[in-house]
Design a protein around this ligand. Structure first.
Ligand code: FAD
Length: 479
């Protein structure tokens, strides 16, 4: 991707001004993706005065704004048996999407686990209902732009830009679910970017008017057809694609584009110029791939692009360096933690050099999920902040796995519940006793991956030798 513009190194001085206070909240959640939805619902469910701020006019995060339309990380392969391991608030949300007619039956992925597709309209509406019924205040079209700090490394207010002008939101506990750790970064919490191979952004798209009978199981044959087209001279963004039906079988989602800079680096979702240029490049690649679909893939000849989503899909930007960083080893060894807040179920699916390298725990002998520890949500250096979702404390490889929507929901519910407990006992989130948090989560229907299943889990201090199955797939990222 060619990036035409460069940023000017000059400055203007912005005059000091008084910023009106929008409101005074116990819990302020930034971002309405899976983590933010669950965090806000959890805090409000326990009676906390909660505000969720979102830059778009709808909830769902990458799941709707970037057209992902598929939940991963809800199911684990527990010694050969596929089980739902994410419950609690997520179960409520899924049931609401289902009642609106927008949830697919789970589908198998690589014969080893399951994912579940959904329609974005149903997800948006179900998430609205879930939050409103739990008493969350939602402010859409509110772009957070900075913080004001009080004494003792405490955030006083989050600054937002709205159509009514700039506003300040006062809060006692803040939960950063922005995906990019915007709030944590402004507050001075340490974070990391670009260590390892940063995951590439993708412009998802959906096509309508597919003939499902003629298309058959095109998701199995698409790699071969792409290779054939490439050998005939059609450029391809990679060697694989996710091409899968949605709830209505005439509508299919396509995940194939890879947005990189000219030097091969993934376009950076926190760099204004690269993010903007990436939108154009993503649409360009989507159009080119669609032409191939229509021309060369049975069932697609009368189809059309029904949706190019509001934004380029960003997989990875900032990850905070918190009290514990979930790592590749934790994923592959199905690690157990005393402060578990739930189960992470996606293995590693690392897109490397145009392929996707899946790295699974040994299915026959492992329980197929790892614990997500509470310490992942605790940033260093800021007292009244929790961070949940894809920007929590993860190594690059840990993020490859735990960025799945299922894990983000788990982290969100834990963060919102921890915010409630911190306020209840007048403590900082880091001083909330994990046992108390776990009791609240279990009472609210969450599954922490303990009990019978935990027997097969491997303790943090006694990790076995790595026993992973490495597999190079012809299928795509997260599918
Ligand atoms: C192309 C692609 C394919 C994927 N495929 C799958 C898949 O098949 N299955 C799966 O489970 N996962 C998939 N993922 C991963 C998954 O969608 C994300 O990791 C997950 O949505 C992260 O959730 P989150 O809540 O942490 O953050 P996000 O979903 O990124 O949500 C963050 C929210 O915060 C808002 N926000 C950010 N900054 C600000 C700000 N400054 N002010 C106001 N609002 C702000 C954003 O608008 C957004 O709504 C995919 C991701 C991509 C990009």
């Amino acid at each position: 991707m060619e990036v035409g513009m460069t940023e000017s190194p000059r400055f203007v001085l912005e005059p000091e001004r008084q910023v009106p206070i929008f409101g005074d909240y116990e819990v302020v959640v930034l971002g309405g993706g899976p983590a933010g939805i669950a965090a806000a619902a959890a805090a409000a469910m326990h009676g906390r005065k909660t505000l969720l701020l979102e830059r778009y006019g709808f909830l769902g995060g990458m799941g709707t704004a970037a057209g992902v339309t598929n939940f991963y990380g809800l199911y684990a392969n527990v010694r050969g048996e596929i089980r739902r391991v994410v419950h609690g608030i997520t179960a409520d949300l899924l049931a609401r999407i289902d009642r609106l007619g927008g949830l697919n039956a789970p589908h198998m992925v690589r014969g080893r686990t399951m994912a579940q597709a959904y329609d974005t309209a149903a997800y948006k509406c179900a998430a609205d209902d879930l939050l409103l019924e739990n008493g969350v205040d939602i402010l859409f079209h509110a772009l957070a732009v900075g913080v004001t700090m009080g004494p003792n490394r405490t955030i006083d207010a989050l600054l937002i830009e709205t159509k009514s002008g700039r506003r300040a939101v006062l809060g006692r506990v803040f939960v950063d679910c922005s995906g990019d750790a915007d709030l944590a970064a402004w507050a001075g919490a340490p974070f990391e970017t670009g260590v390892g191979e940063t995951l590439c952004p993708t412009m998802m798209f959906r096509v309508n008017g597919v003939d499902p009978a003629a298309a058959g199981d095109a998701w199995r044959t698409i790699g071969r057809r792409m290779a054939e087209a490439k050998s005939r001279g059609t450029p391809m963004p990679g060697t694989h694609a996710i091409v899968r039906p949605q709830r209505n079988p005439i509508e299919w989602r396509v995940c194939v584009t890879r947005v990189q800079n000219q030097d091969g680096r993934a376009a950076d979702g926190t760099n204004a110029i690269e993010f903007s240029a990436g939108e154009i490049e993503g649409r360009k690649q989507a159009r080119a791939f669609f032409e191939f679909l229509r021309r060369d893939v049975p069932g697609f000849s009368h189809s059309y692009i029904v949706d190019l989503p509001p934004q380029l899909g960003i997989r990875e930007t900032r990850r905070i360096v918190g009290e514990y960083r979930l790592s590749e080893d934790d994923v592959i060894t199905c690690a157990s933690f005393d402060d578990t807040v739930g189960a992470g179920a996606l293995p590693l699916d690392n897109p490397i050099a145009g392929e996707t390298r899946w790295n699974w725990p040994d299915i026959a002998s492992s329980r197929g999920f790892y614990h997500l520890p509470y310490r992942m949500l605790l940033p260093q250096g800021v007292r009244n902040l929790l961070v949940a979702g894809r920007c929590a404390s993860l190594t690059h490889e840990g993020q490859v796995a735990a960025r799945a929507s299922g894990s983000c929901f788990v982290m969100g519910q834990a963060a919102g519940s921890a915010a409630h407990l911190a306020l209840k006992d007048g403590k900082d989130p880091r001083d909330v006793a994990p046992e108390l948090l776990q009791a609240v989560l279990e009472a609210d229907g969450a599954y922490l991956g303990r009990g019978q299943d935990a027997e097969a889990g491997r303790g943090q201090s006694e990790k076995p030798e790595r026993d992973a199955t490495l597999e190079v797939s012809t299928l795509g990222v997260l599918d």
